[in-house]
Design a binder for this molecule. Structure first.
Ligand code: ARG
Length: 564
């Protein structure tokens, strides 16, 4: 739709013999005055040494007479040079008809590319906690947005399965003489925190655990047996949590899966003179002359010959290139790993076989408590996800007597909505404060508000058979008009969500749309509507709006309960 408006402006500018490339029409800052605005008169005025008001007025006059005049109900120029555009009913309804009849609401699709998306990233043998919410929730939503926008997407959980925690847990199991067949999730959940805190105060123990990790990586048979079992048990539990969150992956690979690629990666690095020795370690220099902050080299192989986090990430890029030839790889990872990914990306760009892959670091912020520090329970622990889901459910049930009668299935969907919407309404880059009480209210920028609005509006849509030809160029009042205008903005929102890898654009749009739907609901009554044309139009309007809500909720991975 924006493109149509741009065409109309281009025509006017050409007729006025003004430069007409890069025309930008934006949503109005003053929705009370107009729907869209064109602010280009200022730049043109500078260019032509004229007064912006004069330019704006001549554009306005030209548009009013031009071949596209019927797009607009009103065109005006406001000092000092803004061109304000109000859409005509005909234009609005024509566009709405396209949204109803064309696939995917007539949203413009980008070029198709193969994209690997790396998110989730849980660490094996450590219990999942609140810190694992964002990589799962934000990553899943970005994946869904990419797929909706026609991209060929491969998702990979990239488990952290070959780090120090493995050596620590294996050491603990050996110490306690636990047979491999007796390893279960409860045991692991207790063992990891124990070993980790012991290593913090016992340097000898820590060294030993590092050695075990190193020998495991080198293929030590006994350790490998333990590792396989730990992986199996832990993966099952990680899957259970991701299932609850309806988060899924095409690939369940981990750091350990990249090891078999290391020999050929090393060969390519050597052949291109990219490895050098530094303090008995092998490193890749990734600094650039114009760096303001010095970027340290990526440590490829430590002095004890162990491979590190950077090595597995580089080897994973190498593996993805061989297996999938992606155009892009996206990483949904904690912002605090920015430097690590700068090193890895630069190393990859030096390597002939991977240098053409575009790598994007999509860092997310932290979930904080009221004290603005990473969220903890009252006892000072990092809350486990199971407990958190349970708490959200209890809080929601307590809100209203009837909530007790909801089915477990519906409650689980609501819990998901509470947690996911609260996360996705925030720009992913920003930190936010975790407050289940606020997140679960039915009023405000919350998941329950969106679901409640949807279910409420769904109930009032007249049940009449209709074709889009019956949709008339009638707009009845401010409330239905506001919704039409909002719906026309969908394409723009989807482009922002796609290009910005930004689920928050969608979450905010959903909220704004729901506010308008509630205003419509309050002021207009659908029961016993006498006017047949009105009934048809509004049923089209509400059908389209609720279909769009369904689609967008699906992109946020929020499922709709049967009732609320
Ligand atoms: N396991 C890592 C962590 O817990 C996150 C993995 C992110 N993905 C990656 N390719 N490094 O910090």
């Amino acid at each position: 739709m924006l493109e149509q408006l741009q065409i109309s402006l281009k025509d006017a500018l050409e007729k006025l013999q003004l430069p007409s490339d890069n025309i930008k029409i934006i949503k109005s800052n003053r929705p009370d005055l107009c729907d869209y605005q064109y602010d280009g008169a200022f730049k043109l005025a500078k260019l032509m040494h004229k007064n912006p008001l004069e330019i704006g007025e001549s554009i306005t006059e030209e548009l009013k007479q031009g071949p596209y005049k019927e797009y607009y109900q009103n065109i005006s120029c406001i000092a000092p040079g803004f061109v304000n555009l109000t859409l005509s009913n005909k234009f609005i309804i024509d566009q709405i008809k396209l949204m109803i009849t064309k696939p995917k609401y007539n949203i413009t699709m980008p070029k198709k590319e193969t994209i690997v998306i790396d998110y989730g990233g849980a660490n094996v043998a450590k219990p999942l906690h609140v810190g694992h919410l964002r990589p799962a929730i934000v990553g899943e939503s970005i994946k869904r947005i990419l797929k909706y926008m026609n991209q060929s997407v491969i998702s990979d959980v990239h488990l952290g399965d070959y780090g120090l925690q493995m050596g620590q847990v294996i050491k603990g199991l050996l110490e306690q003489n636990i047979a491999i067949s007796n390893i279960d999730i409860k045991l692991l959940d207790n063992l990891y925190p124990l070993m980790s805190s012991r290593c913090k105060i016992d340097e000898e123990l820590k060294k030993e655990c590092s050695m075990i990790t190193k020998e495991l990586q080198d293929g030590n048979e006994l350790y490998q047996k333990y590792f396989q079992k730990i992986l199996e048990v832990s993966k099952k539990d990680i899957k259970r949590i991701y299932d609850y969150l309806n988060v899924s992956f095409d690939l369940w690979n981990g750091e350990s899966d990249s090891y078999k690629y290391i020999p050929s990666l090393t060969n390519e690095l050597l052949a291109n003179n990219l490895l050098k020795e530094s303090n008995h370690a092998m490193v890749i220099d990734v600094s650039k002359d114009d760096d303001k902050l010095q970027i340290p080299p990526l440590i490829y192989q430590a002095s004890n010959k162990a491979y590190l986090y950077g090595t597995t990430d580089l080897a994973t890029i190498f593996a993805r290139q061989q297996n999938y030839h992606p155009n892009k790889i996206l990483y949904v990872v904690d912002m605090r790993q920015n430097l690590h990914f700068t090193q890895v990306f630069r190393a990859s760009q030096k390597l002939p076989s991977t240098k053409n892959i575009e790598l994007e670091f999509l860092g997310f912020g932290t979930i904080n408590g009221e004290d603005k520090k990473p969220f903890k329970t009252r006892s000072g622990n990092t809350p486990k996800l199971d407990a958190l889901f349970k708490e959200a459910k209890e809080i929601f049930i307590k809100q209203k007597e009837e909530n007790k009668n909801l089915s477990d299935q519906d409650l689980d969907k609501i819990v998901n909505a509470i947690i996911k919407f609260a996360d996705l309404i925030n720009q992913k880059e920003k930190d936010y404060i975790f407050d289940l009480l606020k997140f679960s209210l039915v009023n405000g920028k919350t998941g329950p508000y969106i679901l409640y609005t949807y279910l409420r509006v769904k109930k009032i849509i007249p049940n009449i058979t209709q074709t889009v030809d019956n949709l008339k160029e009638n707009i009845y009042n401010e409330q239905d008009r506001d919704i039409y205008i909002k719906l026309l903005d969908l394409d723009n929102i989807m482009q922002n969500a796609f290009l910005g890898r930004s689920p928050s654009s969608i979450a905010n749009y959903l909220y704004e749309l729901c506010v308008l739907l509630n205003a419509f609901y309050e002021k207009n009554h659908m029961n016993n509507l006498e006017d047949k044309e009105k009934k048809v139009n509004w049923s089209h309007l509400l059908n389209l709006a609720t279909n769009i809500i369904e689609t967008l909720l699906d992109l946020l991975d929020i499922q709709i309960p049967s009732k609320m």
